[in-house]
Design a protein around this ligand. Sequence first.
Ligand code: XBP
Ligand code: MG
Length: 238
Amino acid sequence: MGALKALVFDVDGTLADTEMAHLAAFNQAFAEEGLDWHWDVAQYTKLLEISGGKERMLHYWKQVHPDVKDIDGGGLKDTIDRLHAMKTAAYEHAVQSGAVQLRPGVLALIQSAHAAGFRLAIATTTSPVNIAVLLRNAIGPDWKDLFAVIEDASTAPKKKPHPQVYTQTLSRLSLSGADCVAFEDSANGLNAAKSAGLPVIVTPNSFTAHHDFTGALKVLPDLSGATIEQLRSWHAAA
Ligand code: XBP
Ligand code: MG
């Protein structure tokens, strides 16, 4: 394995524990739409196996209305799009109001890696507005300057565990997976990054602690105290 050149970060669950805020936003959108849907934490933990908010709602819709035939029809897609727009607005408002903070050690690692000359990237299935509101709040208006590449739901439609978001990130970085370390919190994220050839450090959270992290480079409670030197030596051992 050559030298470590880039760090690639997932967003939801990895940079921040966002899923309680996403869950509340989904439920708010369902209520605004006049639906009698309400997801609880146990149900949402299971639904998180489906990456992507629209995909998750469509999956649930198929569960509660298996009779709906026009799953790809205009009406259903329009409803999912409308629900997702309401959900995104509710989530943005919650994060703007301070409902979500970065996980321990994340900001220090990003700043020290950037200062040490590593290239930083984001590889997420989430919507661009969700990344912007989180990182603008946590880092400031120039947050984008820290990241060489951002791939998200708007550029990589095939959701994790599909490796598309990672292969596109690598191609835009002009690097191979072995030049990087990925940071993920879920089995879908781990498998997406692994399939693209990146060694993966997993920091699970309450929604993903039960996942199978076989094949991870490291599984850590969080990134507090993580140093560039540690990353270099873990990467070299990969
Ligand atoms: C996170 C997700 C996202 C969020 C919701 O997966 O699946 O869908 O839950 O965001 P990962 P959107 O962390 O593996 O990228 O509603 O914008 O899809
Ligand atoms: Mg995640």
